[in-house]
Design a protein around this ligand. Structure first.
Ligand code: NAP
Length: 246
């Protein structure tokens, strides 16, 4: 489905990003696996992606740093001969009630989640425009649609991603570049593993499907959005949340 395509996935050393890399590789795409600090896990992910018969390479990239994104995008274009699919998945949480949230807690989450998404789009868009094709998939969150106590920074960053997604869709639609967002609910990863058990139990109680989602649930949608089947879908925000936000 994605044969001869090159996919770049940020935050792909673990969790949802890793699952997206494997699903893209399984669909035939070569994958650039971007990580921030976890080189060992990123290299392991590469080895597993290669078992699908595609090319895979790991690149260190702090998405919050514009120059880091610029360097890595240029490097990937050089190494792989181009980029067809960009998945902005890297993200962090620093949860606290607003009354206790420091300026640093706010800024670092916005810098990684929102500015990081801008940094990667800004450093690939010229390439996509030149090719007159490109698929951009941004990982938002239902937190950005609903708001969530303790997540002022995170919800703001994820809501910002939705505004960014719709704007990019409008600015680049005429160049055959689509931009969509996926808004996961609670997905089983290290991120949710860090939450108190009582919070997870109360989340499950509110989810109509009564369970957390799996990274593969997000990955399969990312592959669909990157494929020819989704060539006329742009500016959408698609929830994958077991019905949490109906
Ligand atoms: P995770 O398991 O905590 O993994 C986070 C990934 O982001 C890691 O690969 C990490 O790289 C990378 N990362 C963190 N800071 C970075 C930076 N400054 N630059 C580049 N990469 C960075 O998270 P996850 O649960 O898979 O979440 C993935 C995405 O889905 C995030 O955007 C998250 O907000 C979103 N999401 C998750 C859930 C959920 O329930 N899990 C729900 C809604 C939305 P290293 O390992 O190298 O540090």
């Amino acid at each position: 489905m994605l044969k001869n395509k090159v996919a770049v996935i940020t935050g792909a050393s673990r969790g949802i990003g890793k699952a997206i890399s494997f699903a893209m590789a399984e669909a035939g795409a070569d994958v650039a696996i971007l990580y921030n600090g976890n080189v060992v896990k990123a290299e392991e992910a590469c080895k597993e992606a290669i078992t699908y018969g595609v090319r895979a390479a790991a690149y260190q990239c702090n998405v919050a740093d514009f120059n880091s994104c610029q360097n890595v995008c240029n490097l990937i274009i050089n190494d792989f001969g181009g980029i067809d699919i960009l998945v902005n998945n890297a993200g962090i949480t620093k949860d606290k009630l607003l009354m206790q949230m420091s300026e640093e807690d706010f800024d670092s989450v916005i810098d990684t989640n929102l500015k990081g998404t801008f940094n990667m789009i800004r450093n690939t868009c010229k390439h996509f425009i030149k090719k007159r094709s490109g698929r951009i998939i941004n990982i938002s969150s239902v937190s950005g649609m609903m708001g969530n106590p303790g997540q002022a920074n995170y919800a703001a960053s994820k809501a910002g991603i939705i505004g960014l997604t719709k704007t990019v869709a409008k600015e680049f639609g005429a160049r055959n570049i689509t931009c969509n967002a996926i808004a996961p609910g609670f997905i089983e990863t290290d991120m949710t593993g860090a939450l108190p058990i009582e919070m997870l139990e109360s989340a499950k109680a509110q989810i109509p499907m009564k369970r957390l989602g799996n990274s593969k649930d997000i990955a399969s949608l990312a592959v669909f959005l990157a494929s020819d089947m989704a060539s006329y879908i742009t500016g959408e925000v698609i929830k994958v949340d077991g019905g949490l936000y109906i």
